[in-house]
Design a protein around this ligand. Sequence first.
Ligand SMILES: Nc1ncnc2c1ncn2[C@@H]1O[C@H](COP(=O)(O)OP(=O)(O)O)[C@@H](O)[C@H]1O
Ligand SMILES: [Mg+2]
Length: 359
Amino acid sequence: MTDVLRAHAEQQHADELTALAKSDDRPRPPHWKLSPWAVATYVLGGEAPDGTPITPKYLGSRRLVEVAIATLATDRALLLLGVPGTAKTWLSEHLAAAISGDSTQLVQGTSGTAEESIRYGWNYARLLAEGPSPKAMVASPVLRAMETGGIARIEELTRIPSDVQDALITILSEKTLPIPELDSEVQARPGFNVIATANDRDRGVNDLSAALKRRFNVVVLPLPGDTESEVAIVRLRVRQLGESLRLPAAAEDVDEIRRVVTVFRELRDGVTGDGRTKIKSPSGSLSTAEAISVVTNGIALATHFGDGVVRADDVAAGLHGAVVKDPVQDRIVWQEYLETVVRERKPWSDLYRACRELV
Ligand SMILES: Nc1ncnc2c1ncn2[C@@H]1O[C@H](COP(=O)(O)OP(=O)(O)O)[C@@H](O)[C@H]1O
Ligand SMILES: [Mg+2]
């Protein structure tokens, strides 16, 4: 494999996917590379029938992952909903990789997403020279997935203007995309489906129309339920990121991770872990994903500028940056948290000092 900064899931985990495909004798929906059971094993981790260990990708409820996979084996599309950093994009990439062996048919939804990104566009030089022909057509990722019987991914569906979203209705209900310019149509091959993601906080921005909503099964990805499960997620991802960034695993320190996760959870929940002290929440989302980058940054600092052990100093700047998104309001919130909570915890005096220097 060539050296790339970030390989697609199906490249990075090609060995696991091959091992699962080879020994998987359960029934597969048409055109699926794996059975639904093997897809779940790929996502949640475990062992292939031939004994090959499978690393977990998503840590969380098995049932939720099963519901998501089962949906994709029906004629309904899948909508992953949740607050930022709950692994919607992550899960969508891994599901597409395991089911169709291709996670790259991706539409990034923005307010500027045009119908061409969902249907098709034209290569204008060719169109002018030769007139409309299949060769002058530029297929969207959705159209390509229809043609190959694969999975198309649509990120941030609710940021896409409503009239553009509605281009999906015919595709999802008729499984056909008419091409009037060529007097033809593309009919989806078996295996075609769509995984969309949407942010809970965007609700109302471009709400899904009722007609489109009916074409989706919604799976809500929750925030981790307790500190230990969030610590486990951060550890897993920090270790995996560290490997690809060539950061030594030795730098990963569970106690430091637990502190970062505790700070994030308390600020997010607006109350200390023991339930005794109410605190204000900052404006940012303080997601698990941000905890992962605070710790990874800490490891990079400790590796390149320290003695390789992550200490309070190394995470303080990252914490400050994650919490203080609004320079006025959040700074007050952070200061208050430092004085009323961090300062009172004796074993946290190093963290208090390191953070105090920055505000
Ligand atoms: N439950 C989880 N299991 C595994 N990784 C998680 C989990 N929750 C968050 N992450 C990690 O958080 C990071 C960001 O997730 P992402 O998919 O970008 O979030 P979203 O799209 O929901 O905003 C990813 O690196 C992902 O691995
Ligand atoms: Mg996302």
